[in-house]
Design a protein. Structure first.
Length: 240
C-alpha cells in the first residue's frame, strides 16, 4: 500500500489527482463536515496516509525519512486523539501539528512541481494545488492564533467557535485574503494575525509571478538540453 502511494507521488499524474482530491476536500467535504463527524474522520484518515507516503517519496535521505515519518505519525496521532477527546490542550496541539503537516504537504507538492524535467499539464495542475495549499496553511495558522488569543479576529456575524466552524470560517477568510478580495466580514485585530494577513496577501500576489518565471526557466532548460542532444546525434563520427 505504501509503495503504491509512493509511486503516486513519483509520477506527475499524481499531482493532477491530488488537485482533484484537494478541491473535493475544500469545496465539497469541508462544507459537509457539519452534517456529521464520519466524513471528517474519513477525510483525515485518507490525507494522513497520503501525507505519510508523500514524505517518504519526497525525502530521499533515509535518516530524514525516518525523522519526517515520526513527525507525521505524531501529527496523525494527535489529530485523532483530539477528535476522540477534544480537550483544549489537545485541540491546541492538534492545530500546531496539523499546520506542520500541511506545510510538509505543501513542500512535497512544490518538490513535484519544481523538480527538473519538461513542463507538463500535470505540473501546472500541481502548481494550482500548491496555491490552494498555501491558503490552507494560512487558515490553520489563523485558527491556531484564534485558539491562543480568542479576540484576535472579529466577525461581522455572531458565531459559535467550534473546531468545525473555526476551520471553515478561517479557510474562507484565508482564500479571500490570498486572492486579495477582502470582503471585510472577518477582520484581523491582533498584531500577529495582521502580520500573517499581510504575508498571505503578498504571497497571493508574488506566487503566480515567481511560479511562472520558474516554469518558463525549466521549460527553456529542457529544450536546450534536448537541442544539445539532437546536435550531438547529428555530428558525424570522428572516426569516419
Amino acid at each position: 500500500m505504501i509503495k503504491k502511494l509512493m509511486r503516486f507521488w513519483s509520477e506527475e499524474r499524481g499531482l493532477t489527482l491530488f488537485l482533484a482530491i484537494l478541491v473535493t476536500e475544500m469545496f465539497v467535504v469541508q462544507p459537509m463536515v457539519k452534517a456529521g463527524l464520519v466524513l471528517d474522520f474519513l477525510s483525515d484518515v485518507f490525507f494522513s496516509v497520503l501525507l505519510l507516503a508523500g514524505v517518504f517519496a519526497a525525502v530521499q535521505h533515509r535518516l530524514l525519512q525516518w525523522i519526517a515519518g515520526v513527525l507525521v505519525i505524531a501529527a496523525i496521532v494527535v489529530n485523532w486523539s483530539s477528535m476522540v477527546v477534544p480537550t483544549p490542550a489537545l485541540l491546541l496541539l492538534n492545530g500546531t501539528t496539523s499546520l506542520v503537516a500541511m506545510v510538509a504537504f505543501l513542500l512535497i507538492v512544490l518538490w513535484g512541481v519544481y523538480r527538473p524535467g519538461p513542463i507538463t499539464a500535470h505540473r501546472v495542475r500541481g502548481a494550482i494545488a500548491a496555491y490552494l495549499l498555501i491558503g490552507v496553511c494560512f487558515s490553520l495558522a489563523y485558527s491556531l492564533i484564534a485558539s491562543v488569543h480568542p479576540g484576535a479576529f472579529t466577525m461581522a456575524e455572531p458565531w459559535v467557535p467550534t473546531p468545525e466552524v473555526k476551520a471553515w470560517s478561517f479557510l474562507y477568510f484565508s482564500m479571500v485574503t490570498l486572492t486579495t478580495v477582502g470582503f471585510g466580514d472577518i477582520t484581523a485585530i491582533h498584531p500577529v494575525a495582521r502580520s500573517l494577513v499581510m504575508a498571505e496577501a503578498l504571497t497571493g500576489q508574488l506566487y503566480p509571478a515567481i511560479l511562472l518565471a520558474r516554469l518558463v526557466s525549466l521549460q527553456i532548460a529542457t529544450r536546450q538540453g534536448l537541442g544539445r542532444q539532437n546536435d550531438h546525434r547529428k555530428q558525424p563520427d570522428a572516426r569516419n
